[in-house]
Design a protein around this ligand. Structure first.
Ligand code: FAD
Length: 422
C-alpha cells in the first residue's frame, strides 16, 4: 500500500515538506491540512508597515502544491491520536498516517505583562503573524503625529525571526524620516540584553537615524533599552497606553507588543513540546524526540543544543526563520522518503539566510550552516557569515554593497516563496 503522510500547517515549513515529499516520491499520498485559504509571508512584512511593499506581494495560495499532487485540505487539526496514528479536524475529518510532518508555527502566550491580554491585540497589534495585524500597525504608524512615540516591546527569546524587531524599528524610522516626522521616537523595550546583528543595526541607525548610544533618553530616532537596564516590560496600563518595567514608565502613541511565544498549540496538545515549550528533534531526520512517526519542524522546534537540555557547551540554536524551516522540511521529507523505501536517512545539512532591511536600498544579512556529527548538530563556522560592519582595511562598507543586499533580499523572498508554494 502507498505510504500516507499528513502535513500539519501550510506555512513555509509545511508547504515545503509537502511539495518535496511529492517531488522525491510521487507514490506517497500527501495531505496538507491548513485552516487558511492563502498564506501571508512574515518575511519582508515589515516593509509593508513602512509602505515600501504591497501586502499582496506576500500572499500566495495552495494551487501550486495541488499541481504537485498534494491534497490540500482547508481545515484545522484539533486532535492527534499518536498510538492509533490518526488526526482529527474541526471539520469532522479523521485521517490515518504512516508519518506526519508537524509545522504549526508558534502560539502566543499573553502572559508575563500585567494588564495585557489577547483581547487587546486590536489596540496594540503585534503584527508577528502577517496579515490584518500588519495592516493595522501600518495604519497606526501613519496616524501617529510628529513627536510621537512608537514603542516596540520585545519578548524574551527564543522568538521567531531574531532580527525582526530591530528591522521593524529601522523601517518605522525610515517611514518617519521620509515623511518629515523626525521629532518622533522609536523606543525598543527589550527583555533581552543583546540581539541579532547588533553591530550592523547600530551602525545603520547611527548613519541613518542619528542613533547615539544604547539606553533611554538619547538623541536620535531609535532608542534601544536592554533587559538589564529596564527594557523588560512587566506591566501595561491599557487606558493610558503606558508600559512599565521595573525601572521606567513609558507612554506610547503606538504600542507594538510582541507577545512571548512557544510551539504551536497542536504540538503542545499532542505532548510533543516539553516543559520549555518547544519540540525537541532528532538531528539526523528532524523526527520528534518523542515520537518517531512525527517530524516537528520550523518555528515549533528547537534545533540545537539548547542549554535547557542540560548541555553546558550549548552555544547555538537554529534561529526561527522561514529559511531554516524550509531546510528542516527538506531534511524531514528526505528522511521520510528514505524510511518508506527501506533506505537509511541521507546525511543532512541545514542552512539559514536572513536579510534585514533598514531603509530603502540598505540591507544586510547573516548566513548559518549546520551539519550533523555523531548524532548532534554542529555549527559550521567556515560556511557561515555575516555582512561586514567595516571593510578589512577599516574603511566604510561601500553604499553599493548595502544596496545590493537590499536587492538580494527581494530576490531571496521571491525564491523562497516559489520554492515553498510554487
Ligand atoms: P508558519 O509559517 O507560521 O506556518 C504555520 C502554519 O500552520 C500557519 O499557516 C497556520 O495557520 C498553520 N496551523 C497552525 N496550527 C494548525 C493546526 N492545528 N492545524 C492546521 N494548520 C495549523 N524568516 C526568514 O527566513 N527571513 C525573514 O526575513 C523573516 N522575516 C520575518 C519578519 C517578521 C516580522 C516575522 C514575524 C517573521 C519573519 N521571519 C523571517 C520568520 C518566519 O516567518 C517564520 O520563521 C516561518 O514562518 C516559520 O515557518 P513555520 O512553517 O514554522 O510556521
Amino acid at each position: 500500500a502507498k505510504a500516507r503522510v499528513v502535513v500539519i500547517g501550510g506555512g513555509y515549513g509545511g508547504a515545503t515538506a509537502a511539495k518535496y515529499l511529492k517531488l522525491l516520491d510521487p507514490a506517497i499520498e500527501v495531505t496538507l491540512i491548513e485552516p487558511n485559504k492563502s498564506y501571508t509571508s512574515c518575511p519582508l512584512s515589515n516593509e509593508v508597515i513602512a509602505g515600501y511593499r504591497d501586502i499582496k506581494t506576500l500572499q500566495v495560495g495552495y494551487d501550486g502544491l495541488r499541481k504537485h499532487g498534494v491534497e490540500v485540505v482547508q481545515d484545522l487539526v484539533t486532535g492527534i491520536d499518536r498510538a492509533a496514528r490518526t488526526v482529527t479536524t474541526q471539520g469532522g475529518r479523521k485521517l490515518g498516517y504512516d508519518a506526519m510532518v508537524m509545522s504549526p508555527g508558534v502560539e502566543f502566550h499573553f502572559e508575563g505583562i500585567e494588564g495585557y491580554s489577547e483581547a487587546l491585540v486590536d489596540r496594540f497589534p503585534h503584527a508577528w503573524k502577517a496579515g490584518p495585524q500588519t495592516l493595522l500597525l501600518k495604519k497606526q504608524l501613519e496616524a501617529m503625529p510628529d513627536g510621537g512615540k512608537f514603542v516596540i516591546v520585545v519578548p524574551p527569546g527564543p522568538f521567531r525571526c531574531p532580527p525582526g524587531p530591530y528591522e521593524r524599528a529601522s523601517l518605522v524610522a525610515s517611514y518617519l524620516k521620509h515623511h518629515g516626522k523626525t521629532k518622533s521616537k522609536i523606543i525598543i523595550m527589550d527583555a533581552n540584553d543583546s540581539h541579532s546583528k547588533k553591530g550592523l543595526f547600530q551602525q545603520a541607525w547611527k548613519k541613518l537615524y542619528g542613533f547615539e548610544k544604547e539606553g533611554l533618553g538619547t538623541h536620535g530616532m531609535i532608542e534601544w533599552v536592554k533587559g538589564a537596564e529596564g527594557g523588560k516590560v512587566v506591566k501595561l496600563d491599557a487606558k493610558t497606553k503606558t508600559v512599565s518595567s521595573d525601572f521606567v514608565d513609558i507612554k506610547a502613541d503606538v504600542l507594538n507588543i510582541i507577545p512571548p511565544h512557544k510551539a504551536g498549540k497542536i504540538a503542545v496538545a499532542s505532548d510533543l513540546a516539553k516543559a520549555d515549550g518547544w519540540c525537541k528533534v532528532v538531528p539526523m531526520t528532524m523526527a520528534s524526540a518523542e515520537d518517531e512517526a512525527i517530524y516537528t519542524i520550523g518555528d515549533s522546534c528547537v534545533a540545537g543544543e539548547m542549554a535547557l537540555y542540560g548541555n553546558p557547551d550549548a552555544n547555538f540554536d537554529m534561529p526561527k526563520s522561514a529559511h531554516i524551516a524550509m531546510t528542516q522540511a527538506k531534511v524531514a521529507a528526505a528522511a521520510i522518503v528514505a524510511k518508506v523505501n527501506g533506505l537509511p536517512a541521507p546525511q543532512p545539512y541545514y542552512a539559514n539566510t536572513c536579510y534585514s532591511i533598514v531603509d530603502e536600498g540598505y540591507g544586510f544579512s547573516v548566513a548559518h550552516l549546520y551539519r550533523v556529527e555523531n548524532g548532534t548538530f554542529k555549527y559550521i563556522k567556515e560556511g557561515s557569515g555575516i555582512s561586514p560592519v567595516k571593510m578589512p582595511d577599516n574603511s566604510e562598507v561601500p553604499a553599493l554593497y548595502r544596496k545590493l543586499e537590499a536587492e538580494y533580499a527581494d530576490g531571496w523572498l521571491r525564491n523562497v516563496m516559489a520554492d515553498a508554494f510554487g
